[in-house]
Design a protein around this ligand. Structure first.
Ligand code: ADP
Ligand code: MG
Length: 693
């Protein structure tokens, strides 16, 4: 058997179970093997109930003092509760939809339970265990639970999949590997493993699922995290090496009249940071090695201007340029501003829009192939097969995190020579993390905002102020401005949070905004409907736009001067900051009001940071510190390799070591086949389209 085999090849997994496992992202044996425990249950350590704290994983034993049965929700979900006591306190155990337990839960029986504690709902400080990972009735004649011992994995499970079932599957899988019936190939060369003190792969995998001690679990985690980061670094470094050494890049000429004309035609002077980035880019472009540069800078810091100059520079040397934007609207906006500026210079700019008819598209393709267009702007439609360039020299992608690494690579392959690549992102990433995410790119940063920018005035307010807030919004609209109201996606019962945006929309249009043209835009609308609505907002017809975060990416509506974010505590700071960047783009005084329930200390702190700084990098670093990288990346994961075990915030040491190890290996060429096979297994075509040679 191989790791790529279907999960159904395991005993006990039929089509129905397989489908439930798919819900957890488990399709192949590999996915199960890397479905790492989220915690452990140390059955040798029983905590007296009186000493439990909310929010910990614990193992307890006690006697049932009472049982309750309820039905709740639309579908009449069965809720069973048992109150358990061990003489030091009471703990409420709760199960959802586990009918078979009804017979077993009897007052007076002794039980053993493990799981995550929390405050009981409406229970005034009473502790409950809601996520129960192990539960047993201990009959009188059975050995005391203290004798059980052992450390068991606790997996992220789902409604229909119990811990016990997942445990039986991982046990089965590891047994197959031990018996040699399942092949688990080594990924790292032995020399590197020894150098960095890593366990053999199978041993690490065994210990991460069933460790003999928590310390061994830690060691296994170290080895596996190292391996995971090593793989990504290897992939990125190999990509870089391939493009830089094996393929011919373009050496653009030094800046001539056209570029100088563009530069001096700007209605402003470049800021110091912009000048520095521009110099970086010119140097890169003039070398024959393909440029791979990331420009990161806050919304409005002036990245697009720099990208435009770079495109002019490419055109001046007789090449074509492409600018890929994440949405149609953004592409259109770039197109309009570029045209106004570049047409007088005699540069031919065109837009590959989704709205073109088939015939118009074909005509554009023909013009591109005949070099009758110098710069083309579009969405990912640019990477379609029909699009061929006469002489592509520079590819700019805007808002990189929306595109996968491989999408970028497709566009790069469209040139005769390897085109230069410039990536722009407004999602500030803490410096230490850029290596993991953009390990194949050089990074330039713009921190300075252009002078004279009016800062967006930011307020964090409690829900009780909503009425006043919306009155204020109404006044601004009556003055001629436009407003955004953003609602989070709430993931409850698979519900995408549509209700909350819908609710707010209904509340506002039926109330204080009655008679004002409002729009509602969310992720369930078709792309086209979304774009249309955004266009009507852009044109000023829609005055107030209620939206989910679909508006997050760079739309520019200068007349929109006010934004309200509902349930702001549910967003990451970086994301809130990104949202805030949607206002303050025109000449008007702008406001951003975060309506938040600051229920915890952390939430309060996070929100306060927003009021105090407008620097996206400071915010990103704060966010990372306060929430940890899991959630930080959770809110902006698009286009990033998904990490299964490494934690890029905390494992920065491992990351640096893994990068060093990967550099050595890429240089020597050692273990390449193994790495490529492993990358293919984990990421498939998603990020690394690399073949041997
Ligand atoms: P970004 O792409 O980083 O969001 P843009 O390049 O779109 O930023 O610039 C935002 C606005 O600021 C644009 O209207 C642009 O013309 C203006 N701008 C850019 N650089 C400067 C500068 N150095 N001085 C004044 N205004 C600038
Ligand atoms: Mg931009």
């Amino acid at each position: 058997m191989e790791l790529a085999d279907d999960i159904e090849s395991l005993k006990g997994v039929g089509p129905k179970k397989a489908q439930q496992l798919h819900g957890l992202g488990i399709f192949r044996l590999f996915d199960l093997l890397t479905h790492f425990p989220r915690a452990y249950e140390d059955q040798s350590r029983i905590t007296p109930i009186g000493q439990l704290q909310a929010g910990e994983d614990a193992v307890v034993t006690g006697v049932i003092a009472g049982v309750q049965e309820k039905r709740a929700g639309r579908r009449g979900m069965l809720i069973l509760t048992a109150l358990v006591s061990d003489g030091t306190g009471f703990l409420q155990l709760t199960w959802f939809n586990q009918k078979f337990l009804k017979q077993k839960l009897k007052t007076g029986r002794r039980v053993f339970a493990a799981g995550r504690t929390a405050y009981a709902y409406g229970g005034q400080g009473q502790l409950a265990m809601n996520r129960i990972t192990s539960f047993e009735i201990i009959d009188d004649d059975e050995a005391a639970p203290e004798a059980k011992c052992g450390i068991l994995p606790v997996y992220s499970a789902a409604e229909n999949i119990r811990q016990g079932f997942l445990r039986s599957l991982t046990e089965q899988l590891l047994r197959l590997a031990d018996e040699g019936r399942l092949e688990v190939p080594e990924v790292m060369p032995e020399s590197l493993r020894r150098q960095y003190g890593l366990l053999p792969r199978l041993q690490a995998l065994r210990s991460i699922h069933y460790p003999e001690s928590l310390q061994l679990a830690d060691e296994a985690r170290y080895s596996l995290a190292f391996e995971e980061l090593y793989l990504i670094q290897y992939g990125l470094l190999l990509l870089k090496k391939r493009t830089q050494e094996q393929r011919q890049g373009i050496g653009f000429g030094v800046n001539g009249r056209l570029t100088e004309q563009a530069l001096s035609g700007l209605p402003f002077r470049l800021t110091g940071d912009q000048q520095k980035v521009w110099r970086d880019i010119c140097r890169d472009m003039e070398r024959a090695v393909p440029m791979r540069r990331l420009v990161q800078g806050d919304v409005g810091s002036g990245k697009t201007v720099i990208a435009m100059l770079a495109l002019v520079k490419a055109v001046e040397s007789g090449f074509q340029g492409a600018l890929m934007a994440p949405t149609e609207i953004l592409a259109r906006q770039h197109f309009e501003s570029f045209c106004g500026f570049l047409a007088p210079l005699g540069i031919r700019v065109d837009l590959l829009s989704g709205r073109l008819t088939k015939k118009q598209k074909q005509e554009l393709y023909d013009r591109l192939a005949a070099h009758e267009v110098d710069i083309v702007i579009g969405t990912h439609a640019l990477i379609q097969q029909e699009v061929a360039f006469a002489n592509l020299g520079l590819v700019v992608t805007d808002e990189q995190h929306r595109f996968g690494i491989s999408q970028r690579a497709v566009l790069e392959r469209k040139g005769r020579l390897v085109p230069d690549v410039l990536v722009m992102t407004a999602t500030p990433i803490p410096r230490t993390l850029t290596l993991t995410v953009y390990g194949d790119l050089e990074v330039s940063t713009i921190r300075q905002l252009p002078p004279g920018r009016r800062p967006v005035r930011t307020f964090v307010r409690g829900r009780e102020r909503r009425e006043l807030i919306y009155k204020f919004v109404l006044e601004e609209i009556k003055k001629g401005r436009q407003a955004y109201v953003v609602c989070p996606l709430i993931e409850m019962n698979g519900d995408s949070g549509l209700t909350s945006a819908q609710e707010v929309y209904d509340e506002l249009t039926g109330g204080i905004f009655y008679g004002i043209h409002c729009g509602l835009v969310h992720g369930r609308l078709k792309q086209k409907e979304k774009e249309e609505l955004m266009q009507r907002f852009y044109e000023g017809e829609v005055r107030l736009l209620v939206a989910t975060t679909v508006i997050e990416v760079g739309v520019n509506v200068p007349n929109a001067s006010i934004m309200v974010v509902e349930n702001a505590q549910r967003f990451g700071l970086a994301q809130l900051h990104q949202l805030r960047g949607r206002v303050g783009r025109g000449e008007y005084a702008s406001y951003c009001i975060f309506v938040a329930e600051e229920s915890t200390e952390t939430a309060r702190k996070r929100m306060a940071v927003l009021e105090s700084t407008a620097d996206g990098f400071v915010l990103a670093e704060e966010d990372l510190k306060l929430r940890g990288p899991g959630q930080f990346f959770g809110s902006m994961q698009h286009g990033l390799p998904d990490l299964k075990i490494a934690d890029v915030g905390q494992d920065i040491d491992i990351l640096l070591k893994a990068r060093r190890a990967a550099m050595e290996a890429v240089e020597s060429g050692e273990g390449m086949a193994e790495v490529l096979a492993a990358l293919q297994l984990q990421y498939r075509e998603q990020f690394f389209n690399i073949t041997e040679n």
